[in-house]
Design a binder for this molecule. Structure first.
Ligand code: DP6
Length: 337
């Protein structure tokens, strides 16, 4: 048996967002969320299991290209998840880990979902443990990055707020539709590089202090149903209207939390405005944002080139990433070490 495995796992963009937790330590959300798994933004993680005592070794790909010891804040989060998975497996030992992202780590793009789903699946591979997709999702969720629970599956994915069973098997995501079902694109306007100042974890903690928290929650059953139906029927306009309204609401909740969280930068607003103008000219495009300043422009294959061209013409210091719906995790033959 090989004790080493390498997994490539994509990030995802939420159409209906996870924002607020019933149990933050176990990433049990207040509301269900729905996302599209991406293909160009991904993390790759190699994990080796060693049958010996000692500390885990955690490295990441530095900007200069080599693998180096990961910085303490990131390494501590990874270490906690490795400890948890080791206890879950009952196998003892220690792990050697290396991880890298296809997109710049400090670009203000969510790398936790792809990073922790890749790590979880690579640990399972290194331990030669076969578990169901549901359990993979629940184990990824227990990293603390709830959105990682959605990245272990391709296509369109729903993560309900509740689940059956106990321990690791409760509260896991499931696939709503495959990537082949509907080819949607995502042109990401990167307007801010560097890590966000307030983590999603702090955002979840503060969410319920916003006077708009309950207002958004009240809208969600209808929104969730609209997104499920839009995906089923490939109804881009219905999807886009809901997705953009949902993203704005998430940021309203963040901005009115105590203490307030402002993720947007001036360029965020200019991109939002540009996307509205595109729609007036008949370009099929809608905006959404995670807990950050960068704007994901969801569009059809036919509108992708026009979306990118118009964003490039803005007088802004931005870079574009062309992404789209993808098939989910892949086992890689080559290891990082
Ligand atoms: C706004 O607790 O999963 O992206 O681990 O930092 O990715 P990270 O955050 P997590 O919260 C995700 C918040 C969100 C919405 C979403 O992806 O559902």
């Amino acid at each position: 048996m090989s004790n080493k495995a390498t997994i490539r796992c994509p990030s995802n963009i939420a159409f209906i967002k996870y924002w607020g937790a019933r149990d933050l330590a176990r990433a049990i959300p207040v509301n269900p969320s729905i996302s599209m798994t991406l293909r160009s933004c991904f993390s790759r993680s190699t994990v080796e299991w060693l049958d010996e005592d000692g500390e885990h070794e955690i490295r990441w790909r530095a900007a200069e290209g080599g693998l180096e010891t990961a910085p303490p804040a990131f390494a501590d989060r990874v270490r906690r998840h490795l400890d948890f998975l080791r206890e879950w497996s009952g196998q003892g030992g220690r792990f050697r880990v290396a991880t890298e992202n296809s997109f710049p780590s400090a670009a203000g793009l969510a790398s936790s979902a792809s990073g922790f789903s890749a790590l979880t699946l690579a640990v399972l591979g290194a331990l030669d443990r076969q578990v169901s997709p549901a359990e993979q999702s629940a184990l990824a969720r227990l990293s603390g990055s709830g959105s990682a629970s959605r990245s272990v599956m391709g296509g369109y994915v729903e993560w309900p707020a509740e689940g059956e069973g106990e321990g690791g098997s409760e509260c896991h995501a499931h696939q709503l539709a495959t990537a082949e079902h509907w080819d949607l694109r995502n042109v990401i306007a990167v307007v801010e590089r560097g890590a966000k100042k307030t983590s999603s974890l702090d955002g979840h903690r503060r969410a319920e202090t916003s006077p708009y928290f309950c207002t958004r929650q009240a809208c969600l059953p209808e929104r969730l149903e609209a997104v499920r139906r839009a995906i089923e029927e490939r109804d881009f306009l219905r999807l886009g209207e809901v997705v953009e309204a949902e993203a704005i609401d998430l940021h309203c909740v963040a901005m009115t939390s105590t203490p307030a969280i402002f993720y947007w930068r001036p360029a965020t607003l200019l991109v939002l405005e540009a996307v509205r103008e595109m729609r007036e000219d008949g370009v099929a495009a809608y905006s959404t944002m995670d807990a950050g300043a960068n704007v994901h422009v969801i569009c059809t294959p036919e509108s992708e080139i026009e979306v990118a061209a118009r964003l490039s013409r803005l007088d802004l210091d931005l870079s574009l990433i062309h992404d789209g719906v993808g098939n989910g995790p892949v086992v890689e033959p080559e290891h990082l070490f």
